[in-house]
Design a protein around this ligand. Sequence first.
Ligand SMILES: [Mg+2]
Length: 331
Amino acid sequence: MPGEALQLREQILGALFGAAVGDALGVPVEFSDRAALERNPVAGMRAYGTHSQSAGTWSDDTSMALCLAESIVSAGWDLEDQAARYARWAFEHYMTPHGVTFDIGNTTRAALRRYRNGTPATRCGGTAEQDNGNGGLMRILPAALYFAGAPVDTLVQGLSDATAVTHAHARSRLASVYSGLLVRELLQAVTAAAAVRETARLLRELAADGSLPGGLSAELPSLARVVDRDPAALSRREIRSGGYVVDTLEASVWCLLTTGSYRDCVLEAVNLGGDTDTTATVAGALAGLQWGLPSIPSDWLATLVQREELEALYQKLTEVVVRRIGDVPAR
Ligand SMILES: [Mg+2]
C-alpha cells in the first residue's frame, strides 16, 4: 500500500513518467516471445534490440501521449487539435525522441491519413474488427487525468471521443473508458484491488443504466475477464500480451494486481513478451499512480531520452489536472 503522504502531484507525475519509462523498457524487446524473455529477462534499461535505439528511447505510445498532453495544456479539450498533433507526429516527426517517427500502427496511420485528407477528427477512426489494436488505449492517460475530477458521464464521453480519433470501434473506446475509470479510482483508492473492483462495479452499473455512449454496452462482454472476474486470479499463462486492445488492458491490470512495486509491475509487463512497450506503458501508468513518482527507479528516469522536455510538459499538465481535481491530497 502506498504511504499515506503520497500526494496528488506525485501520483500524476508517477503515472506520466511511469508510462514513458515502461515504454522505454519495452522498446528494445518489442515482439520478443515470452520464452526468450524467460531465458534473458529485462531487468533495466537496455539499448538497441528490436528498433536499434539508444537506451531510454520511448516510442509511439509516449509520442502520442505527449501530443495529447501538449494539446490539453495549450488548447484545452479540442479533438481537432489532438488529431492535428498526432498527424504532425506521424508525418512530420513531431514529439519524437530523436527526430524520427520509427513505430506507427496501421489503424493509426490510416486514421491520420484520413485526417490529413480533410476528414473531421471525429470521423477518422477505424471501426472494423481489426481496428482493435491498442493504439488508442496506449496514449489515453493524459485524457484520463484531465477527466479524473469530472462527472462520470463527462469522463466516459471524453475518453470515448479521444480514442475514436484513431480507434473508433466500440471495443477500443470501451477499453479507454475502463482505463479512465480505473485512473480515477487509483487516485483515491487505498489498494489497487479495491480500485479494480470499483471500476468493474461502476462500468457494470453504467451499462445497466444505459448511460454509456453508442455501442459501448454491447462490448462489455469483451472485457469480462476484468469486469466480471477478479483479474488477479488469472494465471500468467492465461495472460496474452500482443497488440489486441483487450489483451493489453487485461495484462496491464493483471501486472498491477499481482506485483507489489512500480519496478516489479513494469518488468513483469515487459517480460510477458509480445507488445512489450505498450503493455508496459499502460501498466507503468497504473503502477505510477499506485506507487507515485518516488517509486520509479531514478536511474531509469535519468536514462529517458529528452527527460527535461518531458518533465516540463508533464509539470504543466499536472498543474492543469490538479486545478481541475482540486488541490488536496488524494488520500
Ligand atoms: Mg510503441
